[in-house]
Each structure stands twice: as structure tokens, then as C-alpha cells.
Write a protein that binds this ligand. Structure first.
Ligand SMILES: [Ca+2]
Ligand SMILES: [Ca+2]
Ligand SMILES: [Ca+2]
Ligand SMILES: [Ca+2]
Length: 346
């Protein structure tokens, strides 16, 4: 049950601004302007009918670039919400944690690029295989994620994406496990303007990028045992940019921003972000995801993969006529930037 309530958005920027102005004895003009701005903010009570913590504006950069070879800068930031909680944007990840293994390459212009999945698998020496159950089946997973993934099976890390942002890449994970087992993946649609979910694109400084993930899992007989689809669960934990806080709605566990504006702009510095806490044991087999929304499916055209060799080289895997894996995400593939998907293989 969600209660409607009113919050007064007093931005961190305004607080800092007032502090700065109160110590600035030389600029009465600026002081007057700031006070007027403050009055305006006080009057603008904004109706937000959801459970998220709300941030406004661009985060403080805490990591300038996780992957300096990449085309777009994959930074990380921290930002304080109106309820004084602090959030890592676009997501807390294990990219620099050596204990969390990298997935192997299907196609990665900074690593190995293969023309076929068979070539990519043939190049592996077995040291990549994560053993969850010693007597388990060898499962090979093929993943394309826009932009970044971290995958667990029964709570065990089995692979993280080699490229956090761009260029687009695709990956292989291999693990030994006994059914039933649960696949849980953290997905991040990375951002250039930290905290507001945007990137520079098409002449606009603040273009809301999109996400999307497709995955296929096969056993050692090359039989498909799981594909991404609407029978997966998907929940969002970070939604941005939000231009109007009265736009997003919640119904039960559904965090809906489908009616929110996604148009490009050249001034996103006051946009909002919505943040929800991720359950501590989200990757465990025992985590109860039954109340989570089903994944929403998206076409290849919507995700825009038809010109990307990291996808098109492997359509025999991702677009199998008999077992067509489809792109999944939460309900909003543009505004939802940190999404967790889960699926149990019986
Ligand atoms: Ca990637
Ligand atoms: Ca996005
Ligand atoms: Ca993206
Ligand atoms: Ca497909």
C-alpha cells in the first residue's frame, strides 16, 4: 500500500547555494536572487506518490572512469537524496573487485572478437568455468547487455561484463550446476551525466539512453535450457531522468514511469532521479521474487542491435528459430537504469 504524501524538495544544490550566499558579503544581488529562488522552492510542494528516495541534479563524481579504453566515459558518482540517503550512480558494481570473475568474450573490440559462438567457446581453456556444484551440468550462457551486467547463479558470481559502457560487447559465462538453479543478473544502463540517466547523443547533451539484455543458456549437448523472456522477473531500482515528479506511479511492486517524458534536451541539470534500496540477498536462490513484476520484452529494433556485430555475429544463438530469446528489461527500457532480473531453471 502506497500512501500519497507531499514532500518539499529542497535540493542539495540550494542548500549549498544558500550556505555559499550567506558567507558571501560582497554580492547583495546574488543574495537577493538566491532568496527569491529559495522562496520559489519552498512554495513548490511536489506531489510524488511513490516509495523511492528522490535526488535532483548531477552527482558528485567518485570514480572518473572504470574503463578508460572505452568510447564513452564509464564514471561512478554519489548523490544525496531529499531524505538524506546517499546513492551510488548509476549503480553499485563489482567491476574493480578481482574476486568477481569477468565473463569471457564473444565479441569485445577491447579484447577478443569472434565471428561465431563456436569459435568463442573453442578458444576457452576451461579455467573460466565456475563450479557451483561439483557434480553439476556444464552450462554455457551467452549474454548481450546494454550496457553492463553482473551475473550470479545460486548466489555465486559467475561473470561480469568486460565493458561497462561502450563499445557494445557480448559475453560468455560457463558454470557447473545442478538443477534447479536460479540465475540473477544486475543490469545497468550506464550514463554520462551521473545521477540523471543521460548521455550525449544526436546533438543533445541530455539524451536518455536505453537498456536491454538478452541471454541464452545451453547444456553440454548444445540444448537450450533457458532463454530470456517474459517468464523472467524484473525490478527497477533506479529511474532517471524524471522531469516531473508527479509523473511516475507505483502499484504494488510495479514502479511505472511509462507516461514520463523521455525527450532529449540541452539542460538536464535539474532533473530528478528515483532510487530504491536493493534487497541484500537479491542474488540468492532463496530470495523470494514472487511479488516482483514479470520482465517486459522488447524487440531487436527497439533496442537497436541490428548494426552491432557483438549481436549480429551471434543471431544463431540470440534469434534461434526454435528458441528465440528476446530482450528483457523492466517496464521502462529508457528511464529505468538499474534493473535486476531473475529466473529459476527447473
Ligand atoms: Ca557491456
Ligand atoms: Ca536509461
Ligand atoms: Ca544504454
Ligand atoms: Ca531474439
Amino acid at each position: 500500500m502506497t500512501n500519497n504524501y507531499k514532500i518539499i524538495i529542497l535540493t542539495i544544490a540550494t542548500i549549498f547555494g544558500l550556505v555559499a550566499c550567506s558567507t558571501d558579503k560582497t554580492s547583495d544581488v546574488v543574495n537577493d536572487e538566491m532568496l527569491e529562488t529559495d522562496e520559489t522552492d519552498d512554495e513548490s510542494e511536489i506531489t510524488y506518490s511513490g516509495t523511492a528516495s528522490i535526488t535532483q541534479g548531477i552527482a558528485m563524481t567518485t570514480e572518473s572512469n572504470l574503463f578508460s579504453a572505452g568510447t564513452r566515459v564509464a564514471g561512478e558518482g554519489a548523490i544525496e537524496a531529499s531524505d538524506a540517503t546517499i546513492w551510488t550512480v548509476p549503480a553499485e558494481v563489482n567491476y574493480t573487485d578481482d574476486i568477481f570473475p569477468f565473463a569471457s568474450d564473444l565479441h569485445n573490440v577491447y579484447g577478443n572478437t569472434y565471428s561465431t559462438a563456436a569459435d568463442a567457446v573453442a578458444a576457452l581453456d576451461g579455467s573460466d568455468i565456475i563450479e557451483i556444484d561439483s557434480e553439476g551440468e556444464l552450462i554455457t550462457g551467452y549474454v548481450f547487455a546494454d550496457n553492463y551486467f553482473e551475473m550470479y547463479v545460486n548466489g555465486v558470481p559467475v561473470g561480469k561484463d568486460a565493458v561497462p559502457f561502450t563499445e557494445f560487447n557480448s559475453s560468455i559465462v560457463r558454470f557447473k550446476v545442478s538443477a534447479p538453479y536460479t540465475i540473477a543478473i544486475k543490469l545497468v544502463d550506464w550514463e554520462e551525466s551521473l545521477g540523471i540517466g543521460t548521455e550525449s547523443s544526436g546533438g543533445s547533451d541530455f539524451h536518455p539512453g536505453d537498456g536491454g539484455m538478452v541471454a541464452v543458456f545451453k547444456n553440454e549437448f548444445d540444448e537450450v535450457v533457458a532463454i530470456s523472456g517474459s517468464d523472467w522477473k524484473a525490478q527497477t531500482f533506479y529511474t532517471a531522468p524524471i522531469k516531473d515528479l508527479s509523473c511516475p506511479t507505483e502499484s504494488g511492486t510495479i514502479r511505472n514511469s511509462d507516461n514520463c517524458d523521455v525527450a532529449d534536451s540541452n539542460n538536464g541539470s535539474n532533473y530528478y532521479g528515483l532510487h530504491w534500496e536493493i534487497p541484500l540477498n537479491w542474488y540468492d536462490e532463496a530470495f523470494d521474487d514472487s511479488a516482483w513484476p514479470d520482465a517486459t520484452i522488447y524487440t531487436n529494433n527497439t533496442i537497436g542491435v541490428n548494426n552491432k556485430p557483438s549481436y549480429t555475429n551471434f543471431t544463431d544463438i540470440f534469434d534461434d528459430n526454435n528458441n528465440d530469446a528476446v530482450f528483457i528489461w523492466s517496464t521502462n527500457v529508457i528511464l529505468d537504469n538499474e534493473v535486476i532480473v531473475r529466473y529459476t531453471v527447473e
